[in-house]
Design a protein around this ligand. Sequence first.
Ligand SMILES: Cc1ncc(C[n+]2csc(CCOP(=O)(O)OP(=O)(O)O)c2C)c(N)n1
Ligand code: SF4
Ligand SMILES: [Mg+2]
Length: 288
Amino acid sequence: MKTEALLYNGLTTCEGCAMEIVARTMMKVFGPRSIVLTPPSCSAILTGYGRETGWKVPSFQSNLENVAAYMSGMRAGLEILGKEDIHIVGLAGDGGTVDIGLQALSGAIERGHRFIYICYDNEAYMNTGIQRSGSTPRGSWTTTTPGGKKEERKDIVGMLLAQGIPYIATASTGYVDDLASKLEKAKNVDGPSYIHVSAPCSTGWRFPAADTVTVSRLAVNSGLWPLFEATDGIIHVTRKVVNLNPLEEFVKAQGRFANMSAEDVAKWQDEVTDKYNRLLAKEGQRWN
Ligand SMILES: Cc1ncc(C[n+]2csc(CCOP(=O)(O)OP(=O)(O)O)c2C)c(N)n1
Ligand code: SF4
Ligand SMILES: [Mg+2]
């Protein structure tokens, strides 16, 4: 990894922000020949306001619904200019990806443009006050689901795998080396690539800021957030957890699941274990 920090210090994200870990890791992998795009979201804090920016590379803020369309347009422009060696990187939240920006993302992938789209998933619309998104898990408190969300979250990775994408991976801020190696692979793909990163948010999930990495790891090691990748649709699980941690440890580490009963958690545990085992059985096989 290149060691030069391509993000300034002293940014105004919350203490312990996992999104900032993603941003710093991705810049170490991609280096100075990069253009970063962010939609309105907490990542837009890094892109900044007016004449100030946190990035040491060119950056651009799109609308919430169209960061992938901007990325594909920028790639087309660079091709006309004959500039082949520049990485186009999008850093978008879950709301801007699985809900509002989904059409632009799907279209850009279908057109086959070369870019790296990174969704840091903090599982709600955090920047505007912790509203539920399509990625908020069932049972979670948000300001718009005060009694706990009733609906299941969207499986965006499954959706994009079904569409067909040259490279896609899940990752976590609990395992930064795994994240970095997936960013490295994504960097070298001749087409679109997508990485979906679990990025716990102490502000919205209600846990102490010092616990970000611990909470990230609890999600992975309970089987709730499996770490895997798919190259041309072939599944490879990058971290195989032999004895899954009880999901209850992840649930209890944060305040947003305070309304869940023991039965709710037990049911969720069964679903997570079943889904995890079905994923392990897909190792080396096509997703669909
Ligand atoms: C079309 C549109 N709707 C709503 C907004 C207001 N808005 C700005 S940031 C944001 C939250 C985005 O949530 P997410 O993508 O999950 O990123 P996070 O804030 O969690 O980092 C919203 C709703 C907007 N800018 N554009
Ligand atoms: S609200 Fe969450 S995602 Fe946004 S800056 Fe704070 S910790 Fe990071
Ligand atoms: Mg979000």
